[in-house]
Structures are given as C-alpha cells and as structure tokens.
Design a protein around this ligand. Structure first.
Ligand SMILES: Nc1ncnc2c1ncn2[C@@H]1O[C@H](COP(=O)(O)OP(=O)(O)OP(=O)(O)O)[C@@H](O)[C@H]1O
Length: 356
C-alpha cells in the first residue's frame, strides 16, 4: 500500500511552486508533543514504545471522519527495509535519527506527503507539515489544525506556566520549529554567506544543513529555523522567521543582480559548464552533483538555462541519493557503481529521456 512512498522520488513539496520558490525550496513546521503520564521515548522499552504507537494509531482511527487526517497511512518503521527508511529521510519525511532505530517507532504519512507524523522520535509525536516555496503561514495553519485534531483525542503533556512539555528542554513551550530551506548560491559566490548566516543567531535563528541537525550544508542549501520555542507565541515565531527569510531573499537577489551585472560572462560560463558536465559525465559523485545542480538551478532562476524546471531540480535532490539509486537499480551498489548510476540518472532526467 505504501510502496509509492519509496518508488516515487517526488513529493508535493518538491513541485517548485509557492511564493519565492526560486530561492525558498520548502517551508516546514513541526510540533513536538507528548502524551501525559507516559515517559518520554528515550526512557521507554521497545514494548512500551509500541504501545504508544498503537495508542496514536487508535487515535487516528477515531479521527477518520476528518478530511485533514483521513488519508494518513500508518507505517511501522520496523516493517520497512533500511533502504526504504533511507528514502524517507532523503525525501525529508522523517529525520535521520528516526530512521536509525526502527523498533518501537512509527509514522503517519499523508498521500501527497505534505503531512508526516513521527511517533517516538525524540518526542511521542512530531507533527510535521512541509510545503513548496515560502509558505510559512499556510504550513503553520495546517500543522496547527492537525495538532488540534490529535489533541482532541489524546491527552498531551501541558503545563499552565511552561506550555507543552518535551523531551529536550529546548523545545518546551510551543514545541514549534519552523524552518525554510533556502538556496543561496549568489551569497556563497560573493563570499557573503558566512557573515550573513552567522549574524542570524543574534536574531534567534539557527542555520542547519540539508538534513537538519548535525548535517552539513551542501549544494548551497541552508535550513534556517527558530532557536527558541519558549516565551513567544507561535504566530510570533512564524512571523519573525518570515521577516528573516525575506531579508535573506532580498540579499540573495541583490547578489544575483551584482553577479549578472558585473560578471555575466563568468556566471554564464559556470552555469553552462555545470549543465554540460551534468548532461555528459559518466561518473558523478554525490558532492560534485550537488555543487553542479546548484549552479544549474541558479542558471534556471536567472534565465540562462531554459530547458529544465525547478521541480526537476528539486526531485534530483532525492534521485541522486544512494538509497534511491539503489532502489531504482533493485540491488545494492558499490560507491563507484552508484556514481555511474547517478551520472546516468541525471543525464537522462535532464535530457528528459526517463520513461514516465
Ligand atoms: N524547510 C525544510 N524543508 C525540507 N526539509 C526540512 C526543512 N526543515 C527541516 N527539514 C527536515 O526535517 C528533518 C529534521 O530537521 P531538524 O533536525 O532541523 O529539526 P527537528 O528534528 O524538528 O528539530 P530538533 O533538532 O529540535 O529536534 C530533517 O530531515 C530535515 O532535512
């Protein structure tokens, strides 16, 4: 039933639609929630953790008359192959941590993959909504409605003074982390990214890599999220991230303008060389592909490349990952075989020869 989650690289959030989609790839909101009187997941034995999963699946059943959660599919992580769990990570539907230990962990996932609820990750529930483009208010509204539904049938741990109680004190209060994944190549090329991103911590923001906490920024993709969850309302958190995202968009646009004005030939050369390599190379490492894809994406944004779409570039973030390459081939591949498969896949995708 859930085979499609692993056989298709695309999710709705990769459509390349929504506000400012040329710079903001996606907007995410996640809410950390716990069921009162049950220890946090890291204190649970697997059998107890499984009871929490069952309790949440039952809660979902009692909510079946609601449009919003009707199509959520329950998945036991232990029923999945490691490669399938990796694909869910690559599609940003679960965190790398959630994929690591499968026992006693669950997932609820919507058909178009814009809602995923992680069960027994760091907290009993991590309600995540993911949209294409800069759509923080919409994504917050959706997450909040899903949260209200589950709260109507589950008793969430809540303290009058502190707010929602969470396994890690940094999430207490709203339990809300809102984030935007941004593509900032011009800020990197003009050597401004380090300074600009470092200054965000003074504004209460955290900068993370492509796969969240503890991961590196590759392909000029950065995840920016709120640091503090306590003492501020959800609306304040969302609106301050929105302000920061808009400032970054302005700065990135300015840097692109400067590059086009002052070094147009060099920019065109870099973009077209990247496109040439991607459409002709026969062996391609993951790191090289991320860097070349970033240049081509920039080329699409500024009108140098007209033959590829943002959606294709977004999907390529998943298609080029080791798990997906192996899934497509139907067998385990050595690192070198993966590099060959990656080069083939990119070539075919960019030249649009992939069978639909
Ligand atoms: N804007 C975004 N677009 C796509 N994926 C995102 C976005 N923000 C976060 N993610 C994904 O969500 C997962 C978790 O991210 P991250 O570790 O930053 O947050 P978290 O686990 O919710 O927070 P915490 O570290 O406080 O527990 C990662 O796989 C990450 O890639």
């Amino acid at each position: 039933m859930f085979e499609k989650f692993f056989s298709q690289a695309s999710s709705k959030w990769m459509e390349g639609t929504g506000e400012e989609a040329d710079i903001v790839i996606s907007s995410r909101v996640r809410l950390a929630r716990n069921i009162s009187a049950i220890p946090f997941p890291h204190l649970l034995q697997t059998t107890e953790a499984k009871k929490v999963v069952a309790m949440i699946y039952e809660a979902l059943q009692s909510l079946q008359s609601n449009e919003q959660v009707k199509d959520l599919t329950p998945v036991y992580l232990q029923d999945l192959q490691p490669i399938e769990r990796s694909i869910l990570v690559d599609k940003h539907l679960i965190s790398p941590q959630h994929a690591e230990e499968a026992g006693g962990r669950g997932l609820l996932i919507s058909q178009d993959e814009d809602i995923s609820i992680l069960i027994n990750e760091e907290d009993h529930l991590r309600i995540q909504c993911l949209y294409s483009g800069l759509e923080l208010e919409k994504v917050w509204n959706e997450a909040s409605q899903v949260d209200d539904l589950f709260e109507s049938v589950l008793d969430f741990a809540f303290d009058e003074k502190l707010g929602y109680l969470t396994a890690c004190p940094t999430n207490v209060g709203t339990g809300l982390r809102a984030s935007v994944m941004m593509h900032l190549p011009a800020l990197v090329m003009t050597n401004q990214a380090t300074r600009v991103l470092a200054s965000l911590s003074q504004l209460g923001m955290t900068v993370r890599g492509l796969y969240g906490e503890g991961t590196e920024a590759t392909g000029n993709l950065f995840q920016i999220s709120n640091q503090v969850t306590l003492g501020r309302s959800e609306e304040e958190i969302i609106s301050s991230l929105l302000v920061v995202a808009k400032q970054l968009i302005d700065q990135e646009r300015m840097a692109r303008h400067v590059l086009l004005k002052e070094t147009k030939n060099q920019l065109e050369d870099q973009v077209c060389r990247a496109y040439g390599a991607l459409t002709h190379a026969r062996v391609m490492s993951s790191q090289e592909s991320m860097s070349l894809l970033s240049k081509v994406r920039l080329g699409i944004d500024v009108g140098i490349i007209k033959t590829a779409s943002l959606q294709t570039m977004n999907e390529m973030l998943v298609l080029t990952r080791p798990a997906f390459l192996q899934k497509m081939k139907g067998k385990e591949l050595s690192p070198f075989e993966r590099d060959v498969q990656r080069a083939t896949m990119i070539r075919e995708k960019l030249l649009d020869k992939i069978e639909k």
